[in-house]
Design a protein around this ligand. Structure first.
Ligand SMILES: *[C@@H]1O[C@H](CO)[C@@H](O)[C@H](O)[C@H]1NC(C)=O
Ligand SMILES: *[C@@H]1O[C@H](CO)[C@@H](O)[C@H](O)[C@H]1NC(C)=O
Length: 351
Protein backbone atom coordinates (compact mmCIF):
# COMPACT_ATOMS: atom_id res chain seq x y z
CA UNK A 1 0.00 0.00 0.00
CA UNK A 2 2.79 2.35 0.95
CA UNK A 3 4.48 1.63 -2.35
CA UNK A 4 1.20 2.16 -4.14
CA UNK A 5 0.82 5.59 -2.59
CA UNK A 6 4.30 6.54 -3.64
CA UNK A 7 3.54 5.56 -7.18
CA UNK A 8 0.46 7.75 -7.03
CA UNK A 9 2.57 10.60 -5.82
CA UNK A 10 4.86 10.12 -8.73
CA UNK A 11 2.00 10.01 -11.20
CA UNK A 12 0.65 13.12 -9.54
CA UNK A 13 3.98 14.81 -9.82
CA UNK A 14 4.33 13.88 -13.45
CA UNK A 15 0.92 14.66 -14.71
CA UNK A 16 -0.27 17.21 -12.18
CA UNK A 17 -3.43 15.13 -12.03
CA UNK A 18 -5.37 13.73 -9.13
CA UNK A 19 -4.59 10.14 -8.46
CA UNK A 20 -7.66 8.13 -9.24
CA UNK A 21 -6.91 4.53 -8.42
CA UNK A 22 -7.09 3.77 -12.08
CA UNK A 23 -4.14 5.93 -12.97
CA UNK A 24 -2.07 3.77 -10.67
CA UNK A 25 -3.21 0.40 -11.88
CA UNK A 26 -3.79 0.78 -15.57
CA UNK A 27 -1.32 -0.67 -17.98
CA UNK A 28 0.21 -3.03 -15.42
CA UNK A 29 3.88 -3.56 -16.08
CA UNK A 30 5.08 -7.11 -16.46
CA UNK A 31 7.64 -8.69 -14.18
CA UNK A 32 7.94 -6.99 -10.83
CA UNK A 33 4.54 -5.38 -10.90
CA UNK A 34 5.07 -3.09 -7.98
CA UNK A 35 8.83 -2.99 -7.89
CA UNK A 36 10.95 -4.98 -5.46
CA UNK A 37 9.48 -5.89 -2.08
CA UNK A 38 10.40 -3.79 0.97
CA UNK A 39 11.90 -5.92 3.72
CA UNK A 40 13.63 -4.93 6.96
CA UNK A 41 17.37 -5.54 6.91
CA UNK A 42 17.16 -7.98 9.86
CA UNK A 43 14.80 -10.33 8.00
CA UNK A 44 17.50 -12.43 6.36
CA UNK A 45 15.27 -15.33 5.33
CA UNK A 46 12.65 -13.07 3.77
CA UNK A 47 15.36 -11.12 1.95
CA UNK A 48 16.73 -14.30 0.41
CA UNK A 49 13.29 -15.54 -0.55
CA UNK A 50 12.61 -12.22 -2.32
CA UNK A 51 15.99 -12.31 -4.06
CA UNK A 52 15.35 -15.84 -5.29
CA UNK A 53 11.91 -14.92 -6.58
CA UNK A 54 12.48 -11.43 -7.94
CA UNK A 55 16.24 -10.87 -8.18
CA UNK A 56 16.02 -7.59 -6.24
CA UNK A 57 14.72 -6.29 -2.92
CA UNK A 58 14.50 -2.95 -1.12
CA UNK A 59 15.98 -3.15 2.37
CA UNK A 60 14.52 -0.84 4.99
CA UNK A 61 15.92 0.34 8.30
CA UNK A 62 19.46 1.02 7.09
CA UNK A 63 19.68 4.15 9.24
CA UNK A 64 19.29 1.91 12.29
CA UNK A 65 22.30 -0.24 11.40
CA UNK A 66 24.75 0.17 14.23
CA UNK A 67 28.32 0.92 13.16
CA UNK A 68 31.17 2.43 15.13
CA UNK A 69 31.38 5.80 13.39
CA UNK A 70 27.74 6.06 12.39
CA UNK A 71 28.50 7.09 8.81
CA UNK A 72 26.44 6.00 5.84
CA UNK A 73 29.56 4.65 4.23
CA UNK A 74 30.12 2.34 7.19
CA UNK A 75 26.48 1.25 7.18
CA UNK A 76 26.83 0.43 3.49
CA UNK A 77 30.00 -1.55 4.22
CA UNK A 78 28.15 -3.56 6.88
CA UNK A 79 25.30 -4.48 4.55
CA UNK A 80 26.91 -7.53 2.87
CA UNK A 81 27.73 -9.36 6.09
CA UNK A 82 24.33 -8.51 7.55
CA UNK A 83 22.47 -9.90 4.55
CA UNK A 84 24.82 -12.76 3.56
CA UNK A 85 26.28 -13.94 6.87
CA UNK A 86 28.91 -16.61 6.37
CA UNK A 87 28.59 -16.54 2.60
CA UNK A 88 30.91 -13.76 1.49
CA UNK A 89 34.12 -14.41 -0.35
CA UNK A 90 34.91 -10.71 -0.50
CA UNK A 91 35.73 -9.77 3.01
CA UNK A 92 36.23 -6.07 2.49
CA UNK A 93 33.21 -4.90 0.53
CA UNK A 94 33.95 -2.32 -2.10
CA UNK A 95 31.97 0.76 -1.11
CA UNK A 96 31.88 3.79 -3.33
CA UNK A 97 30.05 7.06 -2.90
CA UNK A 98 28.37 7.57 -6.25
CA UNK A 99 28.23 11.30 -5.59
CA UNK A 100 32.01 11.19 -5.03
CA UNK A 101 32.49 9.17 -8.18
CA UNK A 102 30.64 11.90 -10.04
CA UNK A 103 33.17 14.45 -8.85
CA UNK A 104 35.84 12.16 -10.25
CA UNK A 105 34.02 11.89 -13.57
CA UNK A 106 33.56 15.63 -13.86
CA UNK A 107 37.23 16.24 -13.32
CA UNK A 108 38.56 13.35 -15.33
CA UNK A 109 36.24 13.17 -18.30
CA UNK A 110 36.69 16.76 -19.31
CA UNK A 111 37.34 15.79 -22.92
CA UNK A 112 33.89 14.25 -22.96
CA UNK A 113 31.43 16.49 -24.79
CA UNK A 114 28.55 15.66 -22.48
CA UNK A 115 27.74 15.53 -18.82
CA UNK A 116 26.15 12.30 -17.71
CA UNK A 117 25.58 13.19 -14.08
CA UNK A 118 21.85 13.24 -13.39
CA UNK A 119 21.02 11.77 -16.79
CA UNK A 120 19.24 8.43 -17.24
CA UNK A 121 21.21 5.21 -16.99
CA UNK A 122 20.57 2.43 -19.45
CA UNK A 123 20.26 -1.14 -18.15
CA UNK A 124 23.61 -2.66 -17.26
CA UNK A 125 25.41 -4.96 -14.87
CA UNK A 126 27.96 -3.51 -12.47
CA UNK A 127 31.61 -4.41 -12.17
CA UNK A 128 31.76 -5.21 -15.86
CA UNK A 129 35.39 -4.08 -15.91
CA UNK A 130 36.22 -7.24 -13.94
CA UNK A 131 35.25 -9.36 -16.92
CA UNK A 132 34.12 -12.76 -15.77
CA UNK A 133 34.53 -11.83 -12.12
CA UNK A 134 31.85 -9.23 -11.67
CA UNK A 135 30.34 -8.97 -8.18
CA UNK A 136 27.31 -11.24 -7.87
CA UNK A 137 25.45 -8.86 -5.55
CA UNK A 138 25.36 -5.09 -5.41
CA UNK A 139 23.50 -2.64 -3.20
CA UNK A 140 22.75 1.06 -3.30
CA UNK A 141 22.28 2.69 0.07
CA UNK A 142 20.36 5.97 -0.12
CA UNK A 143 21.66 8.66 2.20
CA UNK A 144 19.66 11.38 0.46
CA UNK A 145 17.42 11.23 -2.59
CA UNK A 146 17.10 13.85 -5.32
CA UNK A 147 14.15 16.28 -5.25
CA UNK A 148 12.68 14.76 -8.38
CA UNK A 149 13.31 11.86 -10.71
CA UNK A 150 15.92 9.20 -10.07
CA UNK A 151 13.46 6.27 -10.22
CA UNK A 152 15.18 2.93 -10.50
CA UNK A 153 14.26 -0.07 -12.56
CA UNK A 154 15.55 -3.59 -12.88
CA UNK A 155 15.45 -5.91 -15.87
CA UNK A 156 15.28 -9.62 -15.24
CA UNK A 157 17.66 -11.65 -17.41
CA UNK A 158 15.16 -14.51 -17.24
CA UNK A 159 12.52 -12.31 -18.80
CA UNK A 160 14.90 -11.24 -21.55
CA UNK A 161 15.37 -14.89 -22.50
CA UNK A 162 11.65 -15.60 -22.24
CA UNK A 163 10.86 -12.63 -24.44
CA UNK A 164 13.00 -14.11 -27.19
CA UNK A 165 11.08 -17.36 -27.00
CA UNK A 166 7.51 -16.25 -26.43
CA UNK A 167 5.00 -16.00 -29.20
CA UNK A 168 4.07 -12.34 -28.79
CA UNK A 169 6.63 -10.91 -31.10
CA UNK A 170 5.35 -9.63 -34.38
CA UNK A 171 8.59 -8.23 -35.71
CA UNK A 172 10.30 -11.52 -36.40
CA UNK A 173 10.03 -15.24 -36.42
CA UNK A 174 9.77 -16.60 -32.90
CA UNK A 175 11.63 -19.85 -33.54
CA UNK A 176 14.46 -17.81 -35.01
CA UNK A 177 14.76 -15.54 -31.98
CA UNK A 178 14.44 -18.54 -29.69
CA UNK A 179 17.39 -20.13 -31.47
CA UNK A 180 19.26 -16.89 -30.83
CA UNK A 181 18.45 -17.15 -27.12
CA UNK A 182 20.03 -20.59 -27.19
CA UNK A 183 23.04 -19.23 -29.03
CA UNK A 184 23.37 -16.46 -26.43
CA UNK A 185 23.86 -19.20 -23.85
CA UNK A 186 26.44 -21.24 -25.69
CA UNK A 187 28.46 -19.15 -28.10
CA UNK A 188 31.43 -17.17 -26.76
CA UNK A 189 31.49 -13.49 -27.72
CA UNK A 190 33.83 -10.70 -26.73
CA UNK A 191 32.52 -8.96 -23.61
CA UNK A 192 35.65 -7.01 -22.73
CA UNK A 193 35.08 -3.37 -21.92
CA UNK A 194 37.30 -1.29 -24.17
CA UNK A 195 37.47 2.47 -24.25
CA UNK A 196 36.07 3.77 -26.57
CA UNK A 197 33.22 2.91 -26.93
CA UNK A 198 33.36 1.73 -23.30
CA UNK A 199 34.30 4.13 -20.51
CA UNK A 200 37.43 2.33 -19.41
CA UNK A 201 39.52 -0.69 -20.36
CA UNK A 202 38.49 -3.72 -18.38
CA UNK A 203 39.71 -7.28 -18.02
CA UNK A 204 39.58 -9.44 -21.14
CA UNK A 205 36.52 -11.62 -21.15
CA UNK A 206 35.05 -13.88 -23.78
CA UNK A 207 32.07 -16.05 -23.04
CA UNK A 208 28.37 -16.55 -23.73
CA UNK A 209 26.15 -13.54 -22.96
CA UNK A 210 24.19 -15.65 -20.55
CA UNK A 211 25.82 -18.37 -18.53
CA UNK A 212 24.60 -20.84 -15.95
CA UNK A 213 26.71 -21.24 -12.86
CA UNK A 214 27.63 -24.90 -12.44
CA UNK A 215 27.14 -24.72 -8.70
CA UNK A 216 24.47 -22.63 -7.16
CA UNK A 217 21.39 -24.12 -8.84
CA UNK A 218 22.46 -23.11 -12.34
CA UNK A 219 22.20 -19.51 -11.40
CA UNK A 220 21.92 -17.30 -14.43
CA UNK A 221 24.75 -14.87 -15.12
CA UNK A 222 24.23 -12.03 -17.53
CA UNK A 223 26.72 -9.28 -18.40
CA UNK A 224 25.83 -6.07 -20.08
CA UNK A 225 27.52 -2.72 -20.33
CA UNK A 226 26.45 0.02 -22.68
CA UNK A 227 28.55 2.09 -25.02
CA UNK A 228 29.39 5.71 -24.27
CA UNK A 229 27.44 6.66 -27.39
CA UNK A 230 24.28 4.98 -26.13
CA UNK A 231 24.67 6.80 -22.81
CA UNK A 232 25.03 10.06 -24.68
CA UNK A 233 21.79 9.29 -26.54
CA UNK A 234 20.09 8.58 -23.25
CA UNK A 235 21.31 11.92 -21.95
CA UNK A 236 20.17 13.75 -25.07
CA UNK A 237 16.74 12.25 -25.45
CA UNK A 238 15.23 12.77 -22.01
CA UNK A 239 11.68 14.05 -22.08
CA UNK A 240 10.43 17.09 -20.17
CA UNK A 241 10.20 15.01 -16.99
CA UNK A 242 13.79 13.90 -17.23
CA UNK A 243 12.74 10.41 -18.25
CA UNK A 244 14.54 8.22 -20.68
CA UNK A 245 13.41 8.84 -24.24
CA UNK A 246 12.65 6.09 -26.71
CA UNK A 247 14.70 7.41 -29.56
CA UNK A 248 17.93 5.60 -28.76
CA UNK A 249 20.40 3.97 -31.08
CA UNK A 250 19.41 0.43 -32.04
CA UNK A 251 22.49 -1.30 -30.60
CA UNK A 252 23.66 -0.20 -27.17
CA UNK A 253 25.72 -3.03 -25.73
CA UNK A 254 29.48 -3.42 -25.72
CA UNK A 255 29.12 -7.05 -26.79
CA UNK A 256 31.24 -7.71 -29.85
CA UNK A 257 32.13 -10.59 -32.13
CA UNK A 258 34.99 -12.79 -31.00
CA UNK A 259 35.75 -13.65 -34.60
CA UNK A 260 34.68 -10.75 -36.80
CA UNK A 261 35.87 -12.65 -39.91
CA UNK A 262 34.45 -16.02 -38.90
CA UNK A 263 31.95 -17.82 -41.12
CA UNK A 264 29.23 -17.32 -38.51
CA UNK A 265 29.91 -13.60 -38.10
CA UNK A 266 26.65 -12.50 -39.68
CA UNK A 267 24.56 -14.82 -37.57
CA UNK A 268 26.34 -13.82 -34.37
CA UNK A 269 25.90 -10.14 -35.14
CA UNK A 270 22.17 -10.71 -35.62
CA UNK A 271 22.00 -12.56 -32.32
CA UNK A 272 23.75 -9.73 -30.46
CA UNK A 273 21.39 -7.16 -31.94
CA UNK A 274 18.34 -9.25 -31.15
CA UNK A 275 19.29 -9.85 -27.53
CA UNK A 276 20.19 -6.18 -27.13
CA UNK A 277 16.78 -5.17 -28.52
CA UNK A 278 15.06 -7.56 -26.11
CA UNK A 279 16.92 -5.94 -23.21
CA UNK A 280 15.79 -2.52 -24.40
CA UNK A 281 12.18 -3.64 -24.66
CA UNK A 282 12.26 -5.11 -21.18
CA UNK A 283 13.82 -1.91 -19.83
CA UNK A 284 11.12 0.23 -21.43
CA UNK A 285 8.42 -1.88 -19.75
CA UNK A 286 10.13 -2.30 -16.39
CA UNK A 287 8.35 -0.81 -13.41
CA UNK A 288 9.89 2.41 -12.04
CA UNK A 289 10.26 2.75 -8.30
CA UNK A 290 11.90 5.12 -5.84
CA UNK A 291 14.28 4.02 -3.11
CA UNK A 292 14.03 6.41 -0.17
CA UNK A 293 16.45 7.76 2.38
CA UNK A 294 17.49 5.06 4.81
CA UNK A 295 16.67 2.29 2.36
CA UNK A 296 18.90 0.23 0.11
CA UNK A 297 18.29 -1.48 -3.18
CA UNK A 298 19.88 -4.94 -3.17
CA UNK A 299 20.26 -6.60 -6.57
CA UNK A 300 21.37 -9.97 -7.87
CA UNK A 301 23.92 -8.53 -10.29
CA UNK A 302 24.18 -11.83 -12.18
CA UNK A 303 20.54 -12.23 -13.08
CA UNK A 304 19.38 -8.62 -13.19
CA UNK A 305 20.35 -5.53 -15.13
CA UNK A 306 19.63 -2.18 -13.51
CA UNK A 307 19.19 1.40 -14.60
CA UNK A 308 17.43 4.59 -13.59
CA UNK A 309 15.75 7.69 -14.85
CA UNK A 310 17.41 11.08 -14.75
CA UNK A 311 17.09 13.24 -11.66
CA UNK A 312 17.33 16.86 -10.70
CA UNK A 313 16.79 19.31 -7.88
CA UNK A 314 18.81 21.11 -5.28
CA UNK A 315 19.19 18.31 -2.80
CA UNK A 316 22.37 16.42 -3.44
CA UNK A 317 21.57 12.80 -4.27
CA UNK A 318 23.88 10.74 -2.10
CA UNK A 319 24.08 7.04 -2.77
CA UNK A 320 26.62 4.53 -1.53
CA UNK A 321 27.18 1.60 -3.80
CA UNK A 322 28.46 -1.70 -2.45
CA UNK A 323 29.88 -4.51 -4.55
CA UNK A 324 30.31 -7.92 -3.04
CA UNK A 325 31.01 -11.50 -3.94
CA UNK A 326 29.34 -14.50 -2.33
CA UNK A 327 30.26 -18.19 -2.35
CA UNK A 328 27.86 -18.59 -5.29
CA UNK A 329 29.79 -16.20 -7.52
CA UNK A 330 32.54 -17.09 -9.97
CA UNK A 331 35.00 -15.71 -7.45
CA UNK A 332 36.66 -12.43 -6.77
CA UNK A 333 38.64 -10.61 -9.43
CA UNK A 334 42.38 -11.02 -9.40
CA UNK A 335 44.24 -8.25 -7.69
CA UNK A 336 41.57 -7.43 -5.15
CA UNK A 337 43.69 -6.30 -2.28
CA UNK A 338 42.48 -7.84 0.95
CA UNK A 339 40.23 -10.52 2.22
CA UNK A 340 39.09 -11.00 5.76
CA UNK A 341 36.91 -8.98 8.06
CA UNK A 342 36.35 -9.35 11.76
CA UNK A 343 32.63 -9.31 11.11
CA UNK A 344 32.73 -12.44 9.02
CA UNK A 345 35.74 -14.39 10.15
CA UNK A 346 33.88 -16.90 12.30
CA UNK A 347 31.19 -17.59 9.79
CA UNK A 348 33.70 -18.03 7.00
CA UNK A 349 35.35 -20.89 8.87
CA UNK A 350 32.06 -22.74 8.97
CA UNK A 351 31.72 -22.88 5.19
C1 LIG B 1 40.93 12.09 -11.45
O1 LIG B 1 41.77 10.94 -11.75
C2 LIG B 1 42.98 10.92 -11.04
C3 LIG B 1 43.78 9.73 -11.55
O2 LIG B 1 43.04 8.55 -11.49
C4 LIG B 1 42.71 10.85 -9.55
O3 LIG B 1 43.92 10.87 -8.82
C5 LIG B 1 41.86 12.06 -9.13
O4 LIG B 1 41.53 11.94 -7.77
C6 LIG B 1 40.58 12.11 -9.98
N1 LIG B 1 39.81 13.28 -9.63
C7 LIG B 1 38.79 13.26 -8.75
C8 LIG B 1 38.07 14.53 -8.50
O5 LIG B 1 38.45 12.24 -8.21
C1 LIG C 1 27.15 -21.06 0.09
O1 LIG C 1 27.04 -21.01 1.49
C2 LIG C 1 25.74 -21.38 1.97
C3 LIG C 1 25.75 -21.14 3.48
O2 LIG C 1 26.83 -21.79 4.08
C4 LIG C 1 25.45 -22.82 1.59
O3 LIG C 1 24.16 -23.19 2.04
C5 LIG C 1 25.52 -22.97 0.08
O4 LIG C 1 25.35 -24.31 -0.29
C6 LIG C 1 26.88 -22.47 -0.42
N1 LIG C 1 26.87 -22.51 -1.88
C7 LIG C 1 27.88 -23.03 -2.59
C8 LIG C 1 27.74 -22.99 -4.07
O5 LIG C 1 28.87 -23.50 -2.06
Amino acid sequence: MFQHMLVCKYVLFLQALGCADESCTQDPPTGLQEGPKRIAIQETAAIHAALAADGAVILTGISGVSVADGTWEAKAAALPSLTFPGRLVSKIPKVQGIHLEHAHLRQNLTSSPFDLVGKPLLPHTDGYIYGEFLPDYIAFVVESQSDSGGQNYVVDGKRVLRRLCDGDRDDSDESETCAMAAMAQTLAVDQTERSPPGFVNGQEFRGPLVQRQRHAMHRLRFHRQTSVLACKDAADTVDENGRLGTDLRPYQSLWALSEPEGHQAHKVQDMLKTVDAAVQQEAAQAYRFTVHEGEALLIDNYRMLHGREGYKGRTERKLWRVWFWTNESSGIPRGMPELGSVLDADELNQI
